[in-house]
Design a protein around this ligand. Structure first.
Ligand code: COS
Length: 398
C-alpha cells in the first residue's frame, strides 16, 4: 500500500483525502493496472477512449477544467474559475500508480483544453469545456514540430488571414491523442519572422478539411501519439484563443500549470515501483536471508523513500503556490517536474535492480515502469529546459 502520509501535509486538506478515495474506487473498478500494455494501435485508441468516457461518467474529469464548466463540486472551488492544480496533481499521481495509459487519458483532457480554460472567450469555454469534463470530447495540444521541440519559437506552421478566416498549414508531431481528439489547440505563426511575438493559438476541430493524421508514432511505452498535417485548414478568426501574438505566452502559461502534474505522474510511477520493491525484498531469499535483511538493500530503499518524499514536497509546494497564493510558478513547476521525473527514473531503476533478473522480464510491472517513466523526462519541456527556466527565473530576479 503506497504511503499516504503526504495527505496530512499543510498543502492539502480533507477535500483531497475525499478525492483520493474517489480515485481509488474508480481505479479498482475501471482501470486494468500495470503491467498491462496494449501494443495494437487501434486497441490502444479504443482503451484510451474508454478510459476518458469512464472518467467523464465518474466525474473525475471535472478537475481538468475550471469548476464553472463542469458538473459537480470540485475538490476546492477556486476563485476566477481557475484550475485546481492540487487536484490535477493528486489525480495524476494516483492514476499513475495504477496505469500509465489512465494517467495519459486524464492528463490530455487537461493539457489539451487548458489554453481554452486559461485564455479562451466565454463562447469558446461554453462550446468545449463542459464536453471535455464529461468525457464526451477528447482534447489535444499541438505545438511541437520536427524542428521545433524545445525551441518553441522556431515553429514554421503558418496561419494566413483570409477574409474573416485563417488558413493554417504545416505539420505538428509527437502529438498525443492525434487521430482521437475531437479538437486540437494548434499553435501557428502569422508572420514570416522567427521569434515568439507572432505565434497564435487556434482551436481546430478534427473534422476541419485539410487536417489529417499522417502517421502513428510507436513509442517504448504505448500511448496514442502521431503526426498531424494541416493543409490550408480554414478556421474562423473566432477560433483564435486570446489575441494575435498571444500564442507563445498561452503555451508557456499552460505548461506552468501542467509541468507540476507531469511530476505528479512520475511520483505515482515511483510510488508503484516502491510498493513492488518493498514486497519483493521481503519475500525473496538470498544467502538464506530475505533480501530486506541486507544493508545494501536498505540503503536503496532509503534512497528511494527520500526521492519520493522530496518529489512530493516540490510538487505540492508548486501546486499550493499556484492555487492558494495565486502566484506565477514557472520556477516551482519546473523544479517539481525536473526533480520528480529524474527521481522517479532513479527509484524505478533501483526497483528493477532489486528484482534482479525478474526486473527485466517483459510482463513485470517494474519493467513496464522502467519504459513508462522515460518520456516524462522529455515531454512538456526536457529536464535541460527545466534547468534553463529555473536558472532564468533566479537570474532575472536579481
Ligand atoms: N509565462 C508567460 N510568459 C512567458 C513565460 C511564462 N512562463 N515564459 C516566457 N514568457 C514570455 C517572456 O516574458 C517573453 O515575453 P516578451 O517577449 O514580452 O518579453 C516571451 O515569452 C519569450 O520568452 P523567452 O525569450 O524566454 O523565450 P525563448 O524562446 O528563449 O524560450 C523556453 C524559452 C526555452 C523556456 C521555452 O521555449 C520552453 O519552455 N521550451 C520548451 C517547450 C516545451 O515544453 N515543449 C514541449 C511541448 S508540450 S509536449
Amino acid at each position: 500500500m503506497a504511503d499516504k502520509s503526504f495527505l496530512s501535509w499543510p498543502f492539502l486538506g480533507q477535500q483531497y483525502v475525499n478525492l483520493l478515495e474517489e480515485l481509488e474506487s474508480f481505479a479498482a473498478t475501471h482501470i486494468e493496472p500495470f503491467p498491462l500494455e496494449i501494443h495494437d494501435g487501434e486497441a490502444l485508441d479504443r482503451e484510451a477512449t474508454r478510459l476518458v468516457s469512464a472518467m467523464g461518467e465518474a466525474g473525475l474529469l471535472r478537475y481538468t477544467v475550471p469548476g464553472a464548466y463542469s458538473q459537480g463540486e470540485g475538490a476546492v472551488k477556486l476563485p476566477d474559475g481557475r484550475l485546481d492544480v492540487r487536484a490535477l496533481c493528486l489525480c495524476r499521481e494516483t492514476l499513475g500508480r495504477y496505469s500509465g495509459l489512465a494517467d495519459f487519458a486524464f492528463a490530455m483532457q487537461g493539457l489539451g483544453s487548458a489554453p481554452i480554460s486559461l485564455f479562451g472567450s466565454d463562447a469558446q469555454k461554453q462550446r468545449y469545456l463542459p464536453d471535455v469534463a464529461a468525457g464526451k470530447r477528447l482534447a489535444a495540444f499541438a505545438i511541437s514540430e520536427s524542428n521545433s521541440g524545445s525551441d518553441v519559437a522556431a515553429m514554421t506552421t503558418r496561419a494566413v488571414r483570409d477574409g474573416a478566416d485563417y488558413l493554417i498549414s504545416g505539420a505538428k508531431t509527437w502529438i498525443s491523442n492525434a487521430g482521437l481528439a475531437d479538437q486540437y489547440v494548434v499553435f501557428a505563426r502569422t508572420g514570416s519572422e522567427r521569434g515568439s511575438s507572432d505565434i497564435c493559438a487556434f482551436i481546430v476541430e478534427a473534422d476541419t478539411p485539410g487536417l489529417r493524421v499522417s502517421e502513428r508514432i510507436p513509442v517504448i511505452a504505448p500511448h496514442p501519439l502521431g503526426t498531424l498535417e494541416l493543409s490550408e485548414c480554414r478556421v474562423p478568426a473566432s477560433a483564435m484563443i486570446g489575441s494575435p501574438g498571444d500564442g507563445f505566452k498561452i503555451a508557456m502559461a499552460t505548461l506552468d500549470v501542467f509541468r507540476s502534474t507531469v511530476g505528479a505522474a512520475a511520483l505515482g510511477f515511483a510510488r508503484r515501483a516502491m510498493d513492488e520493491a518493498l514486497a519483493r525484498v521481503q519475500e525473496r531469499e538470498v544467502f538464506k536471508k530475505p533480501l530486506a535483511a541486507f544493508q545494501l538493500t536498505q540503503a536503496k530503499i532509503a534512497e528511494m523513500a527520500v526521492d519520493i518524499d522530496a518529489s512530493a514536497l516540490l510538487i505540492y509546494r508548486a501546486a499550493w503556490t499556484r492555487d492558494v497564493l495565486n502566484q506565477p510558478v514557472a520556477r516551482e513547476a519546473s523544479m517539481a517536474k525536473l526533480y520528480a521525473t529524474e527521481a522517479a527514473q532513479r527509484v524505478i531503476d533501483h526497483a528493477v535492480q532489486l528484482f534482479g533478473g525478474r526486473g527485466v522480464v517483459v510482463g513485470e510491472t517494474v519493467e513496464a515502469l522502467y519504459r513508462e517513466i522515460r518520456a516524462l523526462r522529455i515531454y512538456e519541456g526536457t529536464s535541460e529546459i527545466q534547468k534553463l527556466v529555473i536558472a532564468g527565473q533566479l537570474l532575472n530576479a536579481r
